[in-house]
Design a protein around this ligand. Structure first.
Ligand code: SAM
Length: 239
C-alpha cells in the first residue's frame, strides 16, 4: 500500500515510520511512503506557502496554488493518488471502520495542514475527504496523518505477526477490548483471574466477552448502540 504525504515537514515522519513493525513493513514493501512538500511548488524566493486570511483575523492560511500544484504533480507522476484525505478538525471522524476501509486501497494521499488550515477552494478543485482524528486542535496535520497511517497499515494483511491480531482488538467487534494479564501470577498482592489459568477456552472466551461488554458500557456506552449484541450479552449488560 502506498501513502503519499503532502507536508511542509517531511522530517516529522522519520522516526515514527522508521522503527518497529512499520520499519519492517516498509522494508518488505508491504507499505511505502512518498513525501511531497508544497514549498517545491512555489515560485518566489522565500518559497511562500501561506498568506493572510481574507476578512481578517489571526493566523495565516495555506494558499491553494502550491497545494493544487503538489496534488497535480502526484496525479501526473503516479496516475494513482488514490483517495485524497485532508487532515482537518472539521472532517469525518477517523475510526477503526475507516482504517479498515483504507487498508483495502492501493494508494492513499494525505494532506497535512499547518497555520489556520487551507484555502477552501482546494476542496472545490479536487475530490478531497476531510478527516479528523478527534475533537481537539493540533498544531499541524502530521500527527493526525501518522495516526491514520499507523491504524491503517496494521490492518494491511501481513503487517502483524498473527493475522488474527486485529480481530479481537478494541472496536473490531464494536466493543472495547477485554483486560490482559501476563506474568507474574501475583503482583503487589493482585492475582491474575483464575479463569485465565484454567485452560478452559470456552470459559476464557465467555469471561473475556463479559469483561469487554462491561468495559465498553463503562467507558464508551455510545459505541454499544452500534455493536452486534446477543441476548446473552444484553443479560450481562443488565446485571
Ligand atoms: N483553524 C483550524 C480549525 O479551527 O479548525 C485549525 C488549524 S490547525 C492549527 C492546523 C492543521 O492541523 C489543520 O489544518 C489540520 O491539518 C491539522 N489538525 C489539527 N487538528 C486536527 C484534528 N483534530 N484532526 C485532523 N487534523 C487536525
Amino acid at each position: 500500500m502506498q501513502f503519499t504525504i503532502v507536508t511542509l515537514f517531511p522530517e516529522f515522519f522519520d522516526s515514527a515510520l522508521g522503527c518497529g513493525l512499520m520499519a519492517k513493513a516498509s522494508e518488505s514493501g508491504l507499505v511505502s511512503f512518498a513525501f511531497k512538500n508544497p514549498r517545491e511548488h512555489t515560485t518566489d524566493r522565500h518559497h511562500t506557502v501561506d498568506d493572510r486570511p481574507y476578512g481578517g483575523g489571526p493566523g495565516m492560511v495555506m494558499m491553494a496554488d502550491p497545494l493544487a500544484k503538489t496534488l497535480g504533480s502526484i496525479q501526473a507522476s503516479s496516475g494513482k493518488p488514490g483517495r485524497i484525505l485532508m487532515m482537518a478538525p472539521k472532517g469525518r471522524p477517523f475510526t477503526q471502520a475507516m482504517a479498515r476501509e483504507l487498508a483495502q486501497e492501493e494508494s492513499v494521499t494525505i494532506i497535512c495542514g499547518r497555520y489556520e488550515g487551507f484555502d477552501a477552494r482546494l476542496e472545490e478543485l479536487f475530490s478531497i475527504e476531510p478527516v479528523s482524528i478527534g475533537d481537539y486542535v493540533l498544531n499541524g496535520g502530521e500527527t493526525a496523518a501518522l495516526s491514520v497511517i499507523e491504524a491503517t497499515s496494521r490492518l494491511v494483511p501481513g503487517y502483524m505477526g498473527h493475522e488474527d491480531s486485529g480481530e479481537e482488538e478494541s472496536f473490531s467487534a464494536g466493543l472495547l477490548e477485554y483486560p490482559h494479564y501476563t506474568r507474574p501470577d501475583v503482583y503487589e498482592g493482585l492475582a491474575v483471574p483464575d479463569v485465565l489459568k484454567s485452560g478452559d477456552h470456552k470459559r476464557i472466551a465467555e469471561w473475556r466477552r463479559e469483561q469487554a461488554l462491561k468495559i465498553t458500557l463503562h467507558s464508551r456506552p455510545d459505541i454499544l448502540q452500534e455493536a452486534p449484541l446477543s441476548s446473552n450479552d444484553l443479560e450481562i449488560l443488565k446485571k
